[in-house]
Design a protein around this ligand. Sequence first.
Ligand SMILES: C[S@@+](CC[C@H](N)C(=O)[O-])C[C@H]1O[C@@H](n2cnc3c(N)ncnc32)[C@H](O)[C@@H]1O
Length: 225
Amino acid sequence: MSINLTPRLSAAASLVRGGGIIADIGTDHGYLPIYLLQVGKVTGAFAADIGKMPLQNAAKSIEHYGLTDKISLRLSDGLREFSETDAQEYIFAGMGGTLIAEKLAETPWVKNSNLHFVFQPQSRAEDLRKFLFENGFNINKEIATHEGRRVYIAFDATFSGEVKPFTTAECFMGKLPHTEDSHKHLSHQLSRLKEKYEAYTKIGKNDEAKELFETIQKIEGFING
Ligand SMILES: C[S@@+](CC[C@H](N)C(=O)[O-])C[C@H]1O[C@@H](n2cnc3c(N)ncnc32)[C@H](O)[C@@H]1O
């Protein structure tokens, strides 16, 4: 029996390069490693989570699909119980962008150009992109997709060590393509930014308001461009 992924997890799975071992950090149900093994994209996987209950969920699914010999369970806060030689690709899906950035920041070995990272931040993707830009990672490809009315984004990154100047607008836009889902996602971010802009203007935080105005204009330019 094969597992079907929803568009959100399919987007993350499509960014996996494959051919080796992946570690799915914050796996919960374990669907991502199960799918990647079933389609033969990877040779082995770790299903990791900070919680014992999610790991039990993963264990049940993995057993159900007969993959106990290919997927190892690991109780781990972020990458704390991993080393850079455990896997070639590390996936973080369904966690907030701020938390993913924190987990990367506490793990010096992520700065290794041989490793590949796949992210599907559930919120605050701009915080994760900012961390990546500040720390010499390149974003390779971004995907926007939807489930019902909610848009989800996924992207992959590798470390190059080169830190280039970047703008706040780039932290919001990354390498999102010109698609309806991308534009919808960015329009949602714009509403948040515009509210913040109004608040800054009201309390006289003029420098912050000016920077936000420029960011808003750049994102609007992308959507309308
Ligand atoms: C919303 S679920 C996402 C499950 C799955 N990756 C997906 O995208 O459908 C988030 C999972 O991340 C786990 N998690 C939260 N903080 C974590 C951390 N610091 N380290 C590892 N896992 C964490 C939670 O226990 C939970 O199982």
